[in-house]
Design a protein around this ligand. Structure first.
Ligand SMILES: [Zn+2]
Length: 405
């Protein structure tokens, strides 16, 4: 860990080295040792958290529960040494217990003691990880209410099928912004309110107005930052408006200087962000809101009530009218209602995400396929069954052909 620490690497790569190298180096020792889990927790875990905090710049008051979660839950997919230890012990206990050799089974029985009996309750190493992550979710949901506002909002309202894009985007961020996102997620950034909680500031007041300076206030509340919020909103709108394919679209109206204004169609009372008139006479009305994670749903509801009459009115004029209530958070989480946006992209043949995956274990593969289909929709995942002798499937050209979409 010290060696990793001394290298001038991006924190995500330090974490990767820990995950891939340190844990696998340790696993043999953790398998054959008779040390208790308490010792591992007290000694190895504390060393591990000390480095991880340093690499990710998470202060002592910031929880690590978020980073232990899987990446589609905005975590970093890592586990502390004690969880690895538990996995190793489960592996060895299971190997003894299910051995075809009677004497080995006898060995399992005779070595059962008050320390290792707790490992026998797990039937697989996956169960160990699941139980560890469930504990973190429980902590975030029931204990760390202040630090879990991001997590609770995201688990209730986010469109899970696009959450999988997040880890890919996050890993491309430079070190300082990458660490910023980690601290954003567990609400440990030095806002005035946090500084006051930590006893480092006498007041929680915002530097620009009289409201308390919470993360919500900085990200989407303070009226002194209005021009930045507008810039953020318009940058996204600009990107969408400029990246729609022309073959299906007749006209784009956008509330941006380089486009015709939506009020041409909707009149001056309503001015949605984007109107897309397709060649088959469908009208897409897109309204974009960018706010803090806790407001994902409020923003959706607000926009619905604002535009519902206008949508009804427009239905008289077009073959179909679709309202795209696109509510995105500052960090890039999409509200469930944004599925209409994905449907629109599909209509324009823009979103053809499909998961192909390979597994040697057929049952496991089928389970994963079901998980993916629950997440992405039926027919959106393909399980390529593969035993190790089936070399064709690993032929890089075949994989490329199958995977190019
Ligand atoms: Zn303010």
């Amino acid at each position: 860990m010290k060696k990793i620490d001394l290298n001038p690497l991006h924190p995500k790569n330090k974490i990767l080295l820990y995950n891939r190298y340190v844990l696998s180096k340790l696993s043999w020792h953790l398998t054959i040792t008779s040390i208790s889990k308490t010792w591992i927790s007290e000694n190895l875990d504390s060393l591990f958290t000390q480095y991880v905090r340093k690499w990710l710049e998470v202060p002592i008051s910031g929880t690590l529960s978020n980073i232990y979660l899987t990446s589609n839950k905005f975590g970093l997919n890592i586990i502390p040494p004690s969880t690895k230890f538990l996995q190793c012990q489960v592996t060895i206990r299971n190997a003894l217990k299910s051995s075809p050799n009677e004497s080995i089974i006898h060995l399992w029985k005779s070595t059962t003691n008050h320390t290792n009996i707790q490992y026998d309750q797990y039937s697989s190493t996956k169960e160990v990880i699941k139980s560890f992550r469930d504990d973190q979710v429980d902590k975030l949901t029931n204990q760390l209410t202040y630090q879990s506002s991001f997590f609770t909002s995201v688990s209730r309202f986010s469109l899970t099928q696009v959450n999988t894009i997040w880890p890919a985007c996050q890993s491309k961020l430079p070190k300082n912004i990458f660490n910023f996102t980690i601290r954003y997620i567990n609400n440990s950034l030095p806002t005035r309110r946090n500084l006051q909680r930590w006893g480092l500031s006498s007041s929680s007041e915002c530097s620009f107005c009289i409201n308390p300076e919470s993360l919500l206030h900085v990200v989407a509340g303070c009226s002194s930052y209005l021009d930045r919020f507008t810039w953020r909103h318009d940058s996204i709108l600009n990107f969408i408006a400029n990246n729609l394919p022309s073959e299906h679209i007749q006209t784009i109206y956008a509330d941006l200087s380089s486009f015709s204004n939506p009020s041409t169609i909707t009149g001056d009372d309503y001015r949605p962000d984007l109107l897309i008139l397709t060649k088959d006479n469908c009208l897409y009305i897109l309204e974009l809101t960018v706010g803090y994670e806790t407001n994902l749903r409020n923003n959706v509801n607000r926009k619905y009530s604002k535009y519902k009459d206008m949508i009804m009115e427009q239905k008289k004029n077009y073959h179909a009218v679709n309202f795209i209530n696109l509510s995105i958070s500052a960090l890039g989480v999409f509200d469930k209602e944004s599925s209409g946006f994905i449907d629109m992209l599909e209509h324009f043949n823009l979103d053809k995400a499909h998961v192909y995956f390979v597994d040697v274990d057929v049952n496991e593969g089928k389970n994963v396929q079901k998980e993916f289909e629950d997440k992405f929709g039926e027919g959106m995942a393909t399980f390529l069954e593969c035993n190790v002798t089936d070399k064709n499937i690993f032929d890089s050209k075949a994989i490329l052909a199958k995977y190019s979409y």
